[in-house]
Design a protein around this ligand. Structure first.
Ligand code: FAD
Length: 289
Protein backbone atom coordinates (compact mmCIF):
# COMPACT_ATOMS: atom_id res chain seq x y z
CA UNK A 1 0.00 0.00 0.00
CA UNK A 2 1.10 3.57 -0.56
CA UNK A 3 0.33 6.39 1.89
CA UNK A 4 -2.41 8.92 1.19
CA UNK A 5 -1.44 12.34 -0.14
CA UNK A 6 0.11 15.02 2.07
CA UNK A 7 2.00 18.30 1.82
CA UNK A 8 5.70 18.00 2.56
CA UNK A 9 7.66 20.65 4.52
CA UNK A 10 11.39 20.69 5.16
CA UNK A 11 12.25 23.43 7.67
CA UNK A 12 15.90 24.41 8.08
CA UNK A 13 15.74 25.67 11.68
CA UNK A 14 14.03 24.58 14.88
CA UNK A 15 12.19 27.91 15.04
CA UNK A 16 10.78 27.35 11.57
CA UNK A 17 9.75 23.80 12.44
CA UNK A 18 7.94 24.92 15.63
CA UNK A 19 6.19 27.72 13.71
CA UNK A 20 5.06 25.24 11.04
CA UNK A 21 3.84 22.71 13.60
CA UNK A 22 1.82 25.26 15.55
CA UNK A 23 0.58 27.07 12.45
CA UNK A 24 -0.61 24.16 10.35
CA UNK A 25 -3.82 22.22 10.99
CA UNK A 26 -4.06 19.47 13.58
CA UNK A 27 -3.25 16.78 11.02
CA UNK A 28 0.38 17.94 10.70
CA UNK A 29 2.92 15.31 11.84
CA UNK A 30 6.66 15.47 12.37
CA UNK A 31 8.73 12.93 10.52
CA UNK A 32 12.21 11.88 11.65
CA UNK A 33 13.54 8.54 10.32
CA UNK A 34 10.06 7.57 9.13
CA UNK A 35 10.45 3.94 10.22
CA UNK A 36 7.45 3.98 12.53
CA UNK A 37 5.37 6.70 10.87
CA UNK A 38 5.57 5.60 7.24
CA UNK A 39 4.45 2.00 7.95
CA UNK A 40 1.52 3.48 9.90
CA UNK A 41 0.68 5.78 6.98
CA UNK A 42 0.81 2.86 4.56
CA UNK A 43 -1.69 1.00 6.76
CA UNK A 44 -3.84 4.18 7.03
CA UNK A 45 -3.36 4.10 10.81
CA UNK A 46 -1.95 7.62 10.36
CA UNK A 47 -3.29 9.98 7.69
CA UNK A 48 -1.48 13.31 8.16
CA UNK A 49 -2.26 16.07 5.70
CA UNK A 50 1.14 17.71 6.33
CA UNK A 51 4.51 16.12 7.06
CA UNK A 52 7.21 18.28 8.66
CA UNK A 53 10.57 16.64 8.01
CA UNK A 54 13.18 17.23 10.73
CA UNK A 55 16.06 15.88 8.62
CA UNK A 56 17.65 19.27 7.88
CA UNK A 57 17.80 20.36 11.53
CA UNK A 58 21.48 19.84 12.36
CA UNK A 59 20.88 21.41 15.78
CA UNK A 60 18.92 18.24 16.71
CA UNK A 61 21.88 15.94 15.98
CA UNK A 62 24.86 14.84 18.03
CA UNK A 63 25.93 13.36 21.36
CA UNK A 64 27.73 15.42 23.99
CA UNK A 65 28.87 15.23 27.61
CA UNK A 66 29.42 18.97 27.91
CA UNK A 67 27.98 19.32 31.42
CA UNK A 68 30.10 16.49 32.87
CA UNK A 69 27.27 14.86 34.83
CA UNK A 70 24.90 14.11 31.94
CA UNK A 71 25.01 13.02 28.33
CA UNK A 72 22.77 14.94 25.96
CA UNK A 73 21.67 13.20 22.76
CA UNK A 74 20.00 15.18 19.99
CA UNK A 75 16.60 13.83 18.96
CA UNK A 76 17.70 13.31 15.33
CA UNK A 77 20.66 11.12 16.30
CA UNK A 78 20.14 7.80 14.56
CA UNK A 79 20.18 4.43 16.28
CA UNK A 80 23.24 3.57 14.15
CA UNK A 81 25.01 6.66 15.51
CA UNK A 82 24.21 5.56 19.07
CA UNK A 83 25.89 2.23 18.39
CA UNK A 84 28.92 3.87 16.75
CA UNK A 85 29.48 6.45 19.52
CA UNK A 86 32.72 5.94 21.46
CA UNK A 87 31.46 8.34 24.14
CA UNK A 88 28.39 6.18 24.77
CA UNK A 89 30.44 2.97 24.62
CA UNK A 90 32.67 4.33 27.38
CA UNK A 91 30.14 6.13 29.60
CA UNK A 92 26.68 4.65 28.89
CA UNK A 93 27.22 1.25 27.27
CA UNK A 94 23.64 0.13 27.94
CA UNK A 95 22.49 2.47 25.15
CA UNK A 96 24.64 0.63 22.65
CA UNK A 97 23.50 -2.75 23.97
CA UNK A 98 19.85 -1.74 23.62
CA UNK A 99 20.19 -0.05 20.23
CA UNK A 100 21.79 -3.19 18.81
CA UNK A 101 18.61 -5.10 19.69
CA UNK A 102 16.36 -2.74 17.72
CA UNK A 103 15.19 -4.05 14.35
CA UNK A 104 18.05 -4.49 11.86
CA UNK A 105 20.86 -2.29 10.48
CA UNK A 106 18.66 -0.91 7.67
CA UNK A 107 16.10 0.42 10.15
CA UNK A 108 18.80 1.67 12.53
CA UNK A 109 20.50 3.76 9.81
CA UNK A 110 17.30 5.87 9.56
CA UNK A 111 15.46 5.43 12.87
CA UNK A 112 16.26 8.13 15.42
CA UNK A 113 16.37 8.19 19.21
CA UNK A 114 13.86 11.05 19.19
CA UNK A 115 11.41 9.19 16.98
CA UNK A 116 11.78 6.05 19.06
CA UNK A 117 10.97 7.74 22.37
CA UNK A 118 8.46 10.35 21.12
CA UNK A 119 6.37 7.80 19.24
CA UNK A 120 4.68 6.41 22.37
CA UNK A 121 4.72 2.84 21.02
CA UNK A 122 5.08 0.49 24.02
CA UNK A 123 6.98 -1.89 21.72
CA UNK A 124 9.83 0.55 21.22
CA UNK A 125 12.91 -0.37 23.22
CA UNK A 126 14.38 3.01 24.16
CA UNK A 127 11.50 4.41 26.29
CA UNK A 128 11.79 1.82 29.09
CA UNK A 129 15.55 2.23 29.08
CA UNK A 130 15.17 6.01 29.34
CA UNK A 131 12.82 5.55 32.32
CA UNK A 132 15.36 3.23 33.91
CA UNK A 133 18.17 5.79 33.36
CA UNK A 134 16.11 8.69 34.74
CA UNK A 135 16.35 10.56 31.42
CA UNK A 136 14.80 13.97 30.82
CA UNK A 137 13.13 14.84 27.51
CA UNK A 138 13.66 18.39 26.23
CA UNK A 139 10.61 19.73 24.36
CA UNK A 140 10.40 22.94 22.34
CA UNK A 141 7.02 24.49 21.61
CA UNK A 142 5.67 27.89 20.64
CA UNK A 143 5.81 29.08 24.27
CA UNK A 144 9.37 27.93 24.89
CA UNK A 145 11.31 24.97 26.24
CA UNK A 146 9.99 22.41 28.71
CA UNK A 147 11.68 19.43 30.33
CA UNK A 148 9.70 16.29 31.13
CA UNK A 149 11.02 13.21 32.91
CA UNK A 150 10.81 10.04 30.82
CA UNK A 151 9.08 8.45 33.82
CA UNK A 152 6.24 11.01 33.51
CA UNK A 153 6.03 11.11 29.71
CA UNK A 154 4.05 8.02 28.72
CA UNK A 155 0.28 8.16 29.26
CA UNK A 156 -1.08 5.38 27.06
CA UNK A 157 -0.41 3.67 23.74
CA UNK A 158 0.75 6.50 21.43
CA UNK A 159 -0.34 9.06 24.06
CA UNK A 160 2.39 11.15 25.69
CA UNK A 161 2.81 14.31 27.76
CA UNK A 162 4.01 16.24 24.68
CA UNK A 163 1.70 19.02 23.50
CA UNK A 164 0.57 19.18 19.88
CA UNK A 165 2.93 22.07 19.09
CA UNK A 166 6.02 20.55 20.76
CA UNK A 167 9.09 19.00 19.18
CA UNK A 168 11.39 16.74 21.18
CA UNK A 169 14.81 18.30 20.66
CA UNK A 170 17.06 16.24 22.93
CA UNK A 171 17.28 13.59 25.63
CA UNK A 172 19.42 14.37 28.67
CA UNK A 173 20.65 11.33 30.59
CA UNK A 174 22.29 11.63 34.02
CA UNK A 175 25.51 9.62 34.01
CA UNK A 176 25.44 6.58 36.28
CA UNK A 177 28.61 6.27 38.39
CA UNK A 178 31.67 4.52 36.93
CA UNK A 179 31.50 0.78 37.61
CA UNK A 180 27.70 0.66 37.51
CA UNK A 181 26.06 -2.56 36.35
CA UNK A 182 23.80 -2.52 33.33
CA UNK A 183 21.88 -4.86 31.04
CA UNK A 184 19.02 -4.86 28.57
CA UNK A 185 17.44 -8.28 28.05
CA UNK A 186 14.98 -8.68 25.20
CA UNK A 187 13.02 -11.79 24.27
CA UNK A 188 12.02 -11.75 20.61
CA UNK A 189 10.91 -14.34 18.13
CA UNK A 190 13.58 -13.51 15.57
CA UNK A 191 16.12 -10.83 14.67
CA UNK A 192 14.26 -7.63 13.80
CA UNK A 193 11.20 -8.36 15.92
CA UNK A 194 9.69 -6.19 18.61
CA UNK A 195 9.96 -7.55 22.16
CA UNK A 196 7.75 -10.29 23.52
CA UNK A 197 8.99 -8.73 26.77
CA UNK A 198 12.17 -6.87 27.67
CA UNK A 199 13.79 -5.40 30.76
CA UNK A 200 16.53 -2.83 31.31
CA UNK A 201 18.49 -2.60 34.56
CA UNK A 202 20.95 -0.06 35.95
CA UNK A 203 22.41 -0.78 39.38
CA UNK A 204 25.25 0.20 41.66
CA UNK A 205 26.89 -1.81 44.44
CA UNK A 206 28.28 -0.93 47.86
CA UNK A 207 30.32 -3.55 49.74
CA UNK A 208 29.20 -6.18 47.23
CA UNK A 209 25.47 -5.58 47.77
CA UNK A 210 23.02 -3.65 45.61
CA UNK A 211 22.88 -0.01 46.75
CA UNK A 212 20.64 1.41 44.01
CA UNK A 213 18.66 -0.23 41.23
CA UNK A 214 16.32 0.99 38.48
CA UNK A 215 14.35 -1.31 36.19
CA UNK A 216 12.31 -0.51 33.05
CA UNK A 217 10.02 -2.89 31.15
CA UNK A 218 9.21 -2.89 27.41
CA UNK A 219 6.06 -4.09 25.62
CA UNK A 220 4.20 -5.62 28.54
CA UNK A 221 1.56 -2.89 28.97
CA UNK A 222 0.08 0.05 27.05
CA UNK A 223 3.11 2.10 28.06
CA UNK A 224 6.69 1.33 28.97
CA UNK A 225 6.87 0.68 32.71
CA UNK A 226 9.17 1.86 35.47
CA UNK A 227 9.31 -1.11 37.83
CA UNK A 228 9.88 0.70 41.13
CA UNK A 229 8.93 -2.20 43.44
CA UNK A 230 11.08 -4.69 41.50
CA UNK A 231 14.09 -2.37 41.84
CA UNK A 232 13.42 -1.78 45.54
CA UNK A 233 13.18 -5.56 46.12
CA UNK A 234 16.89 -6.09 45.45
CA UNK A 235 18.33 -3.22 47.53
CA UNK A 236 20.79 -4.49 50.15
CA UNK A 237 20.96 -7.96 48.58
CA UNK A 238 23.59 -9.88 46.65
CA UNK A 239 20.88 -11.15 44.33
CA UNK A 240 20.36 -14.52 45.93
CA UNK A 241 17.66 -16.71 44.38
CA UNK A 242 14.76 -15.68 46.68
CA UNK A 243 15.54 -11.99 46.06
CA UNK A 244 15.58 -12.52 42.30
CA UNK A 245 12.25 -14.33 42.57
CA UNK A 246 10.75 -11.41 44.53
CA UNK A 247 11.97 -8.91 41.91
CA UNK A 248 10.57 -11.04 39.08
CA UNK A 249 7.22 -11.32 40.86
CA UNK A 250 7.12 -7.54 41.39
CA UNK A 251 7.78 -6.98 37.67
CA UNK A 252 5.07 -9.47 36.69
CA UNK A 253 2.62 -7.79 39.08
CA UNK A 254 2.70 -4.50 37.14
CA UNK A 255 2.72 -6.05 33.66
CA UNK A 256 -0.59 -6.17 31.79
CA UNK A 257 0.29 -7.33 28.28
CA UNK A 258 -2.25 -8.19 25.61
CA UNK A 259 -2.21 -11.57 23.91
CA UNK A 260 -0.73 -11.26 20.42
CA UNK A 261 1.33 -13.20 17.90
CA UNK A 262 4.16 -13.25 20.43
CA UNK A 263 2.17 -15.25 22.97
CA UNK A 264 -0.67 -15.26 25.46
CA UNK A 265 -0.99 -12.47 28.03
CA UNK A 266 -0.01 -14.95 30.76
CA UNK A 267 3.15 -16.01 28.91
CA UNK A 268 4.22 -12.45 28.16
CA UNK A 269 3.66 -11.41 31.79
CA UNK A 270 5.81 -14.34 32.92
CA UNK A 271 8.48 -13.31 30.43
CA UNK A 272 8.54 -9.81 31.97
CA UNK A 273 9.67 -11.51 35.18
CA UNK A 274 12.17 -13.75 33.42
CA UNK A 275 13.73 -10.82 31.52
CA UNK A 276 13.93 -8.87 34.79
CA UNK A 277 15.81 -11.68 36.53
CA UNK A 278 18.18 -12.12 33.59
CA UNK A 279 18.91 -8.41 33.30
CA UNK A 280 19.47 -8.13 37.06
CA UNK A 281 21.88 -11.06 37.08
CA UNK A 282 23.90 -9.73 34.14
CA UNK A 283 24.00 -6.18 35.52
CA UNK A 284 25.14 -7.52 38.91
CA UNK A 285 27.90 -9.62 37.31
CA UNK A 286 29.11 -6.60 35.33
CA UNK A 287 29.16 -4.38 38.41
CA UNK A 288 31.27 -7.02 40.16
CA UNK A 289 33.77 -6.73 37.28
C1 FAD B 1 10.83 -3.67 10.44
C2 FAD B 1 10.92 -2.78 11.64
C3 FAD B 1 11.27 -3.32 12.86
C4 FAD B 1 11.37 -2.50 13.99
N1 FAD B 1 11.74 -3.07 15.17
C5 FAD B 1 11.89 -2.28 16.26
C6 FAD B 1 12.31 -2.80 17.51
O1 FAD B 1 12.57 -3.99 17.66
N2 FAD B 1 12.45 -1.94 18.55
C7 FAD B 1 12.21 -0.60 18.44
O2 FAD B 1 12.38 0.14 19.40
N3 FAD B 1 11.81 -0.07 17.27
C8 FAD B 1 11.64 -0.86 16.19
N4 FAD B 1 11.24 -0.31 15.00
C9 FAD B 1 10.90 1.12 14.97
C10 FAD B 1 12.14 1.95 14.64
O3 FAD B 1 13.08 1.90 15.70
C11 FAD B 1 11.71 3.40 14.38
O4 FAD B 1 12.67 3.97 13.58
C12 FAD B 1 11.53 4.26 15.58
O5 FAD B 1 10.62 3.74 16.48
C13 FAD B 1 10.98 5.64 15.22
O6 FAD B 1 12.02 6.47 14.89
P1 FAD B 1 11.94 7.31 13.56
O7 FAD B 1 13.08 8.26 13.62
O8 FAD B 1 11.89 6.38 12.41
O9 FAD B 1 10.58 8.11 13.76
P2 FAD B 1 9.30 8.42 12.78
O10 FAD B 1 8.83 7.12 12.24
O11 FAD B 1 9.78 9.43 11.79
O12 FAD B 1 8.35 9.04 13.81
C14 FAD B 1 7.69 8.26 14.78
C15 FAD B 1 6.72 9.16 15.56
O13 FAD B 1 7.43 10.05 16.40
C16 FAD B 1 7.13 11.41 16.07
N5 FAD B 1 8.40 12.12 16.14
C17 FAD B 1 9.55 11.81 15.49
N6 FAD B 1 10.54 12.63 15.86
C18 FAD B 1 10.00 13.49 16.74
C19 FAD B 1 10.53 14.57 17.51
N7 FAD B 1 11.81 14.94 17.43
N8 FAD B 1 9.69 15.24 18.33
C20 FAD B 1 8.38 14.87 18.47
N9 FAD B 1 7.84 13.86 17.77
C21 FAD B 1 8.65 13.16 16.93
C22 FAD B 1 6.53 11.37 14.67
O14 FAD B 1 5.63 12.44 14.46
C23 FAD B 1 5.83 10.04 14.70
O15 FAD B 1 4.58 10.17 15.33
C24 FAD B 1 11.12 -1.10 13.87
C25 FAD B 1 10.76 -0.55 12.64
C26 FAD B 1 10.66 -1.39 11.52
C27 FAD B 1 10.28 -0.75 10.21
Amino acid sequence: MIPGSFDYHRPTSLGEAVALLSGLDVDARLIAGGHSLIPMMKLRLATPSHLIDLAALNELKGISAASGDAIVIGAMTTQHELIASELLAARLPVIRETARLIADPQVRYCGTLGGNVANGDPGNDMPALMMCLGAIYVLQGKSGERRVAARAYYQGAYATAARADEILTAVSIPLPPPGHGYAYEKLKRKVGDYATAAAGVILTLANGAVAACAIGLTNVADTPLFAQAAGDAVIGSKLDKPTLARASAAAEAIASPAADGRGSAEYRRKMAGVMTARALSRAFARANG
